[in-house]
Design a binder for this molecule. Structure first.
Ligand SMILES: [Zn+2]
Length: 404
């Protein structure tokens, strides 16, 4: 019996291998998508951006600051203009009453900013529901996120990156198109969304004809060029609500593969605060999926991935893949930090038990107990140069916290 049994087991394991989704690849859509979001309700969005959108039949999502419209603050659109946006088929999201830093408010103020803005939009604009939220400045913490989850079905941040079918809908990533962002850069983002079948959300603020004087202004002719590019490439344009309807509607991360920090893009609310020379979109050296991290570990520079807080007691280890590039042997330190103090640290070669190898991917698993980080709140994850000198690039991919 042992022989057929062995054959059967091999068959079963082959079957599992062929049926399992590729490890640590984000789930693509059927095609790439682009969403234009216009934040705050500036009057120039109505007077300058809207005609360009309408001329191309591209609906957009407007994240409105409701008291600005209700009280007629200078520079903001009027109620009649907001109503016109709705009648023309645009999508409306709530962007609070007054655009505060939500993490600085009392519970009463926070509740008002979330609930009263939504109620005003529904009544003033005659909308049956306003389920989607845009976080002012992208600033949130645990209590803020808890309340957003109570009152809204989704939330859009300003953490850069793309979204996938399995992205958590309360951590929607969006790329800010400020004055300094060249048209060619945004075209590159559009190309990437098409190639990997991801969902690119763009954020605009004010518009101006001629040269912008503020960082939040964008030249209308450049906006028109971008919309032309989107149409030339034939990429699907969707509103925030339409894009969300095509996701899995995931409200919590799927922890069967662990708490993903990076797979093709930052995941699960991690924001890129890195100051080293790096790319999160490296496509030449990739472990799994479509992209990896390229990191130049020079002169104490580092990658920094920030989160509003994860309870380390729920995890047993941190696991990732490292590739030493052409030379290997880099001195790089991993640091887990809670924003005030270090929770644990180790060098990558110490964790590997050998120098980082050139030309191959190696898996690194670091038990949190081995670095004394079994409790505490992880807010900042660093990969940092530990040499103080100039070192060749290395690559990282599939960074994950493994649950208990
Ligand atoms: Zn805003």
């Amino acid at each position: 019996m042992s022989r057929p049994h062995g054959v059967f087991r091999r068959f079963v394991s082959l079957l599992l291998l062929s049926l399992a989704p590729p490890a640590f690849a984000a789930t693509p859509f059927t095609e790439g998508m682009v969403t234009i979001t216009l934040d705050d309700g500036w009057a120039t969005q109505f007077s300058l951006a809207r005609p360009e959108l309408n001329a191309r039949s591209i609906p957009a999502t407007y994240g409105l600051v409701t008291l600005a419209i209700h009280e007629g603050w200078g520079g903001y659109m009027s109620l009649a203009q907001a109503q016109t946006l709705v009648s023309e088929g645009n999508d409306i999201a709530s962007h609070t009453l007054t655009h505060p830093d939500l993490t600085s408010l009392s519970p009463t103020q926070l509740a008002a900013e979330l609930q009263d803005s939504r109620a005003w939009l529904e009544s003033a604009l005659g909308l049956p529901a306003v389920p989607n939220f845009v976080v002012p400045y992208g600033l949130q913490n645990g209590p803020v996120l808890d309340l957003i989850r109570q009152h809204y079905a989704s939330s859009r941040t300003v953490s850069a990156g793309r979204n996938f079918r399995d992205t958590v809908v309360y951590e929607l990533r969006a790329n800010d198109v400020a004055r300094t962002v060249p048209v060619s850069t945004v075209q590159g983002w559009v190309d990437q969304a098409i190639a990997e079948k991801s969902w690119l959300i763009l954020v605009f603020h004010e518009f101006v004809n001629g040269t912008p004087t503020r960082d939040t202004q964008y030249e209308t002719s450049h906006f028109a060029d971008l919309l032309d590019y989107v149409q030339t490439r034939g990429v699907r344009t969707v509103t925030l609500a339409e894009g969300l309807a095509l996701t899995e509607g995931r409200t919590e991360p799927d922890l069967t593969a662990g708490m993903l920090i990076y797979t093709d893009a930052l995941q699960n609310g991690f924001a890129n605060w890195s100051w080293a020379d790096h790319s999160l979109d490296e496509t030449g050296v990739v472990h799994a999926g479509s992209a990896a991290i390229r990191f130049e570990p020079d002169t104490w520079n580092g990658l920094l991935f920030h989160h509003h807080g994860l309870d380390l007691a729920q995890y047993q280890s941190i696991r990732f893949w490292v590739h030493g590039g052409t030379t290997g042997g880099q001195a790089v330190r991993l640091v887990l930090h809670d924003g005030t103090q270090m929770l644990g640290t180790t060098r990558l070669d110490t964790a590997l038990g050998a120098p980082i190898a050139p030309g191959v991917w190696q898996q690194v698993t670091i038990p949190l107990s081995s670095i004394g980080a079994t409790t505490g709140t992880l807010r900042d994850l660093y990969f940092q140069d530990d040499s103080g000198t100039d070192q060749p690039a290395l690559y990282l991919d599939d960074v994950v916290l493994v649950p208990q």
